[in-house]
Each structure stands twice: as structure tokens, then as C-alpha cells.
Ligand binder design. Sequence first.
Ligand code: F0G
Length: 441
Amino acid sequence: MDSYDGCDGKETKKNLRALRASVVKTIFGRGSLMSLRCINPNCAASFELHQRLLACSLCGELLEVQVEAPAILPTDLKALWLERRCSFDPRDASGVWRFREFLPNGYDEIVTMAEGNNALVAGRKSADWAGLRNLRFKHLGWNPTACFKDLGMTVGVTEAVHVGAKVVGCASTGNTAASLAAYAARAGLKARVYLPSGQISNNKLAQALDFGAEVVHVAGNFDAALDRILAHANNGLYFLNSINPFRLEGQKTVMFEILEQLGWQPPDYVIVPGGNLGNSSAFGKGLDELLAAGLIDRLPRMVIVQAEGANPLARMWRSGERELRPIDTPETAATAIRIGNPRSWKKALRAIEHTNGFALDVSDAEIAEAKAVIGRDGIGCEPASATTLAALRKLREQGKIDRDASVAAILTGHALKDTDFILRSQQHEPALQGEWQVCMR
Ligand code: F0G
């Protein structure tokens, strides 16, 4: 773990050094103004920040961290965050904690592995394939455990340590488990992961084992595994699925970073895969906070993409209903998002409504094709991530996105997260093989 004491960043500009000192004192001092708030507008109950609460104790709805925007000019904040990229202080080296003015506070130590600071890369073949001129990928697969989950786990496990947890756990389609196991190992905590038996990628299972997690194989799908662990969540196990509001705080910083990389000019669209809908919820919250603090002057439209066989949000959006109908037996080869009962759907719905966005779905065949194209750009990603490019092509074909629109597509996991998928879909695919042979000549 990285202690704050004795961390002396290499600051360069004097005025920013003074600002930095005052900010650190304010942000990490005790007696913060942050709290947990119920997301039900009719309840809106407020709770002390560092409680082991999974849901509102009054109405049962999900909670979120209520952030008080710092009293610092947006221009100064932007300069401070950029300056931290030159610092070796562990808090600054993290692309999450670099934005700590908007994160939960009161910690003596943080559990970090320099997560974040991920590239925003263009992919010419992908853009051509989708029919776009201004497409960039934010590759969150380029994180310590090769997935965006690390951005949430650094905050979630830091909080777990802070509240004195000894065992942390989650249900998972694989990536959350790998990330939780890694961060728990760093913090000296025991990790227990509940996995849908035989339904996740071996690569992810191998990571969880490598990091020393105890694995519980659950008969049934992710939703069943989540129900199973929730039944144990009060028995001393600190629960780290994305209904844990601290996880989402870390994940929201992706929006801060993308905006910084784009010179604080919002793209027209942010496209993100949706499974349990924690990530899209986090992004929506981050965008709302950036706008409220005057760091941006408009919101990008958020588009959430699901796989056709695991599409409860996309179905709800199409139907115009306001209540999510879970899918009992979700099916998709993109196993990361094979989820029928996403717990954060209300937060995700709020995110697309606030940003004038929408939800849609794509077929497994479209995902496989898009994934291969991203690979041919030398980027690579896991199947769930490729829903983004598949959706963009579909939206262009339907004339719903302009060719010149600026788009940030979120790649959530690394290509090596599911190597079986690549071998299965590409070794026997004549069209793709032909292209490969041409390249080899
Ligand atoms: N992409 C990848 C690679 C994922 O692993 C996940 C979720 C998602 C997208 C969807 O994110 O759930 O926040 O909407 N994986 C979880 C897990 C469920 O257990 O690893 P979400």
C-alpha cells in the first residue's frame, strides 16, 4: 500500500505547488463534506460516507457518493491535474487518484497500482469500417489487470481497508474477479470470488487464481452468482460489485481523463458496453460532475451497447418502458456482459437521459466482426469491448450518427482476456483468414 506520508511529488511550478498543498490538506483531511446519498429522488436519504452500506437503509435503493465540488477555479484544477502527470507521488501516478478532488476522502493510505492514464488512440481501419472520420478508442484494457475494473478497485479496496475489512468478495463474469483479487493481494486482504461455473473465460479465471483468490463456482449464470454472494455480504465479507458506490467513483475518472485528453472539448458521443451497468452509471455521474463544476460546457451523448442475447436495457429503451424486465437466461459469446438482471439500471438510465443518449444492442456476429477489425488496427480488445465499434457501424448504416461526429469508444478489456474467442472465431473464418494470408506474403 502507498502511504501519503513522505510522498514528495516532483512539482515544477511554484504557484501550483502552493495550490496543491492547500488542496491536499482540504481533500484528504478529516471531517469531509462528502456523504452517501440514496438515488431515489423521493427518498434522497443521506448517510455518513464511510459506512458499509450497500443500499439505502430507508428505501432499499442504491447509493452514490455525493461529491462537493472543490472551491478551485476550473482552469487551476486542469493545470493541477496535468502537472501531476510529471509527479512520482503514487497518488499522482494513478490516473484515478490524480483527480482526487472529486473522489471519496479521509484515507490514510491508498491501494494503487498506477492504474489509469490510458491512451486515447485512433484506429484508421476501424473508423473506415464504421464509416466515421473522427473515432478514437479509450483503451481501458491497458490497465494493470487488463480491464477497466482496476479503476474502480483502487477506490473500492482502499475503502475496504479503511473500514477494516479482512475479506473482500464479488460475483463476476471474470474481470471484476481478476481485478479484485489483484488489489486485495496488494492490500493483504483475502479475496473470495463467485463465478458462474463454466461460463467465463479461462484467461480471467487464471488471473484470479494467480492473484490468490478463493474461487466459488456457482451453478447458473452471473445473476445467480450475484444473488448467492449477496446472501453472504453481511457475514464479514466486504462486497465489491459495482453496486458498491466507491467502485463507481474510481471508474468515473475515465470521463475526466478523456476530456483532458481532448483539451476539455467534449466529443459528440461516448460509446460504452453495458453489462451490469455500473460503468455507464459511473461515466454519467462523472459527466454530471464535470458539467456542474464548470470543467466542461456541454455533455457528450452517452450510448450504451448490449449484446442482443443479454439486452434488458436496450429492450427497455426501445419499448419506452420505465421498468427493466430482467432476462432469465442471457446468452452471448461476449461472456463479460452475459448478464440478464443489471443491478445499476436506474443509474444507467439516468445517465443516458441526462446526456440525451440512448441504448442499443448488436448481434454476436457483429461483435466478432468488429472485434477482428479492431485487431487489424493493432489495438485488440475483448469481445464485450467490440460491441462499441459494431454499434457505431450499425448507427452509421441507419444514418443515426453523422460521419464527422467525434466519438470516443470505450474498449473495456484487453484482447488476451479471451483468447479462446479469437481462436474460435478467426481460425475458421475464411474471409478473415484470407486477409491474414495476404498480410503474411
Ligand atoms: N466490458 C467488460 C470487458 C466487462 O468485463 C464488463 C463487465 C463490461 C464491459 C460491462 O460493464 O457491468 O459495468 O456494465 N464485467 C463484470 C465482471 C460484470 O464481473 O467482470 P458493466
